[in-house]
Design a protein around this ligand. Sequence first.
Ligand SMILES: [Fe+2]
Length: 292
Amino acid sequence: MGVVVVVDAEAAAAEGAVDNPIDHAPPPQVGIGFRPPLGPWILSNPSEVEFVEVTAEHFFEEGDDTLQRLAALYPISVHGLGLSLGTPGPLCTTTLDAFSRVASLCKAAWVSEHIAFTQSAEVDLGHLNPVPLTRDSLNVFINHAMEVQEHCGKPLILENITTYLRVPGDIPETDFLNELCHQAGVGLLLDVTNLFINSKNHNFDPIHWLRRLDPAFIRQMHIVGYSQANGQYHDGHCEMVQDDLLDLASFVVSYSNVESIILERDANFPKTELIAKELQLLEGICVTARSH
Ligand SMILES: [Fe+2]
């Protein structure tokens, strides 16, 4: 059994003697997930956009020219939806080759996928599903994460998802994430909206959760407004970012050396002026959080 890495950030802060590299780090770059309705605006190189995340699967069949134009304007990360790292057994080499090709074409700074599975051995489920937090799951992720990283020749970061169902397991989620990053040599894409939604739907404190996470692993954030229906919080990716999410993002920026924050918007697109204002708001909280 490997070592479970748990960081007591409060104890570390209490010691006070260690120079904190976050104090010297520039604020994270603020960016946006590339979506066709926003394409012309993003390609016009607005000052509010410093970083762009592309979804790998959107460029498997077409769009090489768009990828190359984006790469000439911005640092890029490539986000995957369908590698299904949590499915036991070999990864799909066709998907992995296509994913790697997109990452190379846009000279991605890093690539990312979800801590989830989208396929069983027989069926493509078409959406992200949680895995049981067990030693077996952890080993599947470690092996698959190392394979993706090696195949792409790029750093890999892994994203926490929303879970409406609590799947039984025997490893606390933060220990699972710490050990996955430690053993596989990968980082975290912390989706603060997903964390916030899970904390509401499953009644836990997101700050306490974050303090159990090794901040050194957090490299990128996702954020988008949540929605509420039938007594639950949802990640419809169709709302403006709310203040309680900004507070959580601000904590992450002050707690970790996160390098990039990406606004994710998949539907109900507002005018680009409003997207620009939202990005300015994110830049403001990043600058403020890093200056304290
Ligand atoms: Fe996300």
